[in-house]
Design a protein around this ligand. Sequence first.
Ligand code: ASP
Length: 317
Amino acid sequence: MSELLIIGSERSEAGIPAAMEILRRGGSALEAVERGLILCEDNLADHYVGTGGLPNARGEVELDASIMVGSSRAFGAVGAVKNFPNPISIARAVMEKLPQHALLVGQGAEDFADSLGFKRAELLTPEAKALWLQQLKDVPVESIEGENTKAMTGDLRYRLAAIELVKKFAPHEGPWGTINIIARDRTGEIVCGVSTSGYPYKHPGRVGDSSIPGAGNYADIRYGAAACTGRGELSLRGGTARTVVENMRHGMSAEDACFEALKEARNLPDDFRAELRCLAITADGHHGGAAGMEGSTYTLMTESSTQPEFRPRKALL
Ligand code: ASP
């Protein structure tokens, strides 16, 4: 019998208590992670996940999510999905009902969700739209009129300008980022789930690390599980979640494994560098996290917790 454990990234506390309740009642880590992330996706105050997520450069909310089971390394994911509020459930359905595939994107993922009767919804809330418009207003027009966009007209010019914009945006003030939840159930199964609306102002169709095994999500019951938030292109290029798990395989603590993996990603050349964070649990239930900056935390609940606790992540700087 394993000790129950759930950890999550910043703002996962919207879903972790309900997820722990599922584990306490003997439910599976898979059930717990999905439920926890659904609650986060439905949290309208959260602008980085699900309904209320900040939109792409065209003003459309596009969601990425994935789920991975540690014992089988079964993996399901969706990318760039519009109009479905709970991409984590579609990701789980890809894993369970379409095992010949692991990742569906865009229209195909939406058709798949329709075929299973998932409910559609408007994801762009008035508050998220206002935030999106506000940041657009804050960028002086001349700053999107780069040399390469001047000669273009129409939609092509729009797309190039959107790319110029993406380079300029830092995350808005306040809590930001993808949500990760990792759970271990009574049987010792470890499941890792990730859900995000991705970088605001991203190029339409951009899929980040949250949908990609080894980048934003990885779980292997023999060594542990890890997940990332922040600059997804860095964890895509660095294979960061898998690197964390490999580090734990070679005996590092969860915290050191995260720290070393982030150090490796930090060495990659990247003009658009933004902070990358990760968190992990080891196969025997130790946990830890790392971040680019001081002050960031991860959330924890054990069997005896009455409420979510917050633990510091080790900072790179
Ligand atoms: N990792 C996410 C992505 O690249 C963004 C974030 O966590 O802020 O889409």
